[in-house]
Design a protein around this ligand. Sequence first.
Ligand SMILES: *Cc1c(COP(=O)(O)O)cnc(C)c1O
Length: 397
Amino acid sequence: MATNKKPGKWRKRTQAVRGGQVRTPFQETCEPLIFTAGYAYEAAEEAEARFKGESPGYQYTRLSNPTVSMFEERMALLEGAPAARATATGMAAVTAVFLAGLKTGDHVVSANALFGSCRYVMENVLPRFGITTSFVNGSDLDAWQAAIKPTTRLLFLETPSNPTLQIIDIAAVAKIADKAGARLVVDNAFASPALQRPMEFGAHIVVHSSTKFIDGQGRAMGGVILCKQDFLDENLHQFLRNTGPTISPFNAWLHLKSLETLELRMKQHSENALHVADFLAGQKKVARVLYPFRPDHPQHNLAKAQMDGGGGVVTFEVEGGKPAAFKLANALGLIDISNNLGDSKSLLTHPETTTHQKLTPEARAEAGITSGLLRLSVGLEDTDDLCEDLEQALKVA
Ligand SMILES: *Cc1c(COP(=O)(O)O)cnc(C)c1O
């Protein structure tokens, strides 16, 4: 296969369109979808050399695949990361980082406002291997420092967080990790590399659910791990090859091609979300609106400092708790009720009864998830249509 033209010299927007592209002898302009489980060798000697690692090339798609490699390379260029590995889902990425990076006796410190499944892994899976986690309020830097133990190896956070859109100071937590000789892992699913690049602020590892804004059209599952060369070589590389949380080449191809429009889409998602957030803030049945780029967001200045846009998610609270939230959701005529997010279609979810249902009431309270809280993933529709839909649904609530 032919290599790309002059990689490395281009700016981010060009990398999003061309970074990592490899052409077959057909010289296709579109990145090829190499859909195969295995690869053939010219001779037995060639197979032997490849298994010894003495000859470059592919052996088996669980280990690597040209289309998957292109997606990984482009993601690394956009995040400014030395290395990237794609996985079947975002949760496969998160779980692989924990299981590859930790051993019995190790300790994790995590922000308490988290995607439900991330919290499940820390509370229910890791303890079975003798790995414990302390949860802290992510905005409280003293709490991060106080939770550090001699055995702390990983710090984990999500910013903006799901669903309360808490913003955490990546640079400050990265410093605490450095001092402790631990690694900071940032879940960057809500912002995507178009709006936030945690490694620029000192994060050691970044994880993504590419199912969300990277796919952007609600089609295919995927995840990405971005890290430094030492973590890849010492922890991740052999773990992934042998345990097999491999992404389908087809899904990797969809997500690779989606990166070409990511920045354009994230700009429009952010513009639409800010418009809808401002609209909701003016409605009398809405008690509270959370959006990182609104001046009334508790960490507005921090959001402006570490993000290039507020993102596509708006969280708000209706007066009247669960009954009012359900009435509003059921009255929507355009926006769909769905627990997914990051789609070009606007989607509304009630976190208490869906994505965060399995948390204990205490954990939900800690994460700020009340009965009237609704999370709206603002899509790419006309905002006049979205606001009209919300206005008529609020009348019913
Ligand atoms: C969706 C999501 C995940 C999990 O990703 P999947 O692709 O669904 O496995 C993890 N973290 C955040 C913040 C998410 O939104």
